[in-house]
Structures are given as C-alpha cells and as structure tokens.
Design a protein around this ligand. Structure first.
Ligand code: PLP
Length: 276
C-alpha cells in the first residue's frame, strides 16, 4: 500500500532534552505536532531533570550539534527554527556558523526564533555564564525574533524591568543588538493581575494582554510559546500574526497544565489534540 500524502511544514528545535518531559525539546516537539508541523531536533544537551529541578546535564559536542542542523537542513529542509537551551559558547558559535551555511536567520530564507534560555524556573543554570556574550553577539543579530523573559532581559541587557515602560526600554535594547523583532514577556512581573507581553518591530510596540492563571504548573511555558510561534512561522505566518497566535496558544496550554511528581508540572497542548 502506498500513500501520496503531501509533506507537512517543517520546524527545527535546537535545544536540550528534559528527561521529565515537561520542557526542552520534548515540549517543542509536542507543540510542533499540535500544529501539524513535522518537528526535527538538534540536541544540544541532555539534562537529568524531574519535577523538582535539574540535577545535572551533559553537553553534546558543538560539531555534533552543527552536523544535526546541516543534516536535516540539506535534505528535509527547515521551514523555521528555534533555539532553547544552548549550554555553552562553543555550541552557540557552532550553531551560528551552520545557520549561515543553510540560510536560517533574520535575513535568510527560514525564520529563526531565539529563546535565550538561561535557567530553569527552579533557578538551575542551563547556560554557562560566559556564554551570555555569545548569545548577544552571535545569536541575537541573526534572530528574526527574540523572546526573553524578564530574568533573561536582566542578564542580556542589564535592565531590571518593573513596569511596561521598563519592558519598552528592554525591547529597544535587544533590538539594538540586532534582532528583527523582540517579544519581552511580562509573565514574571510581580503583582500584575494580567499578563502583558510586548512586541517591538524596531519602530512600533504592540501590547499583547491576556489573563494570568492561578497555577504553579507552568514548566515548559517559555519553550511552548516560542515553539508555537515557530510552528506558525513554518506555516507561513508573519511574525506579528505568529506571536498573536502563540500568546493565545500558550494561554490555553497554561489553563490545561497538570501536576506531575512532587514539584512543578508542565503546560500542555493536549487541548488542541482533543479539539481537532
Ligand atoms: N530544561 C530544558 C532542557 C529547557 O530547555 C528548559 C527551558 O527551555 C527548561 C528546562 C526550563 O524550563 P522552565 O523554565 O519552564 O522550568
């Protein structure tokens, strides 16, 4: 029996494995699947992780990370790509080099979303401190979109955000590092009753406001938002449309989150599978 199904859109995540299955490339693949997008992986690190934290991780050799990207890009093709945990300067430099080779990036054929993951929500480091400079100088200038949370804004731009004006200042600082679009996520703003994310295109700001759900089970939330945006870009959406979609998508995933183990459970895209 043969099939003649058309090939679906494709997306690549350049990210770490979360053995607990809540965040990292496991969350990205789940999210791509929920968008009917074929997901591919360039594994950067293998974390030893459960619901209470990250107990350790092993990095993949930089040339093996680059080879994974080259292999899928030259054969299958990459509709859009995103980064998650990148662990080290060596991996970031190798990724930046191969992206140019296979035409993934802000001025290239395929859009590129940089989620500048620095630590888990438990505070466990996922990036060596000295690698922040490589994120600034090698990845952000290649980004179609960069999606920092407020901790990552502080680390990357040295700005402590306490209100929407601070989010605007941070967005401008990251755009000046070379990103085409910047999404400054306000989810970590203390005391806020809603959740305001700010999109900046270098000229104008768009405020995306949504509800704040009363749950602690938000493990993998950042990864899921960035991969929902990446999936929509792979399907051909513009950045503003993909971001607006991602915001609605992650809200449903947070509302659908569940407890797991004795710690923090993950957000979940299962609602979309149920509805389709
Ligand atoms: N583990 C891995 C491998 C990740 O890539 C990430 C985030 O990107 C995390 C853990 C952290 O997720 P969270 O901040 O939701 O705990």
């Amino acid at each position: 029996m043969s099939t003649t199904n058309p090939s679906p859109p494709t997306a690549l995540t350049i990210a770490g494995s979360d053995s607990g299955g809540g965040a990292g490339l496991q969350a990205d693949l789940r999210t791509f699947f929920a968008h009917r997008v074929h997901g591919m992986t360039a594994v950067t690190a293998v974390t030893v992780q459960n619901s209470v934290g990250v107990q350790g991780f092993t990095e993949i050799a930089p040339e093996v990370v680059a080879d994974q990207i080259r292999s899928v890009a030259t054969d299958i093709g990459v509709g859009a790509a995103k980064t998650g945990m990148l662990a080290s300067t060596g991996i970031i430099t190798a990724v930046a080099g191969v992206l140019d080779e296979v035409s993934i990036g802000r001025d290239a054929r395929s859009p590129f979303v940089v989620d500048p993951v620095a630590a888990s929500m438990h505070g466990d480091p996922l990036l060596r401190e000295e690698a922040l400079e490589a994120i600034r100088s090698e990845l952000i200038p290649r980004a179609t979109l960069v999606t920092p949370n407020l901790d990552e804004v502080r680390l990357l731009a040295g700005i402590t955000v306490t209100d929407t004006d601070g989010q605007r200042e941070a967005a401008k600082a990251l755009a000046s590092m070379g990103a085409r679009y910047v999404l400054v996520k306000g989810g970590h703003l203390r005391g806020a009753t809603d959740c305001l994310d700010l999109l900046y295109d270098g000229t104008e700001f768009t405020e995306l406001v949504g509800p704040r759900y009363d749950t602690e089970h938000t493990h993998g939330g950042g990864d899921t938002l960035a991969s929902a945006i990446t999936a929509e870009l792979a399907r051909g959406s513009t950045v503003p449309d993909a971001v607006a979609h991602g915001k609605r998508f992650i809200e449903r995933c947070v509302a659908d989150s569940y407890p797991l183990g004795s710690g923090i459970g993950p957000v979940s895209p299962l609602w979309r599978v149920r509805e389709s």
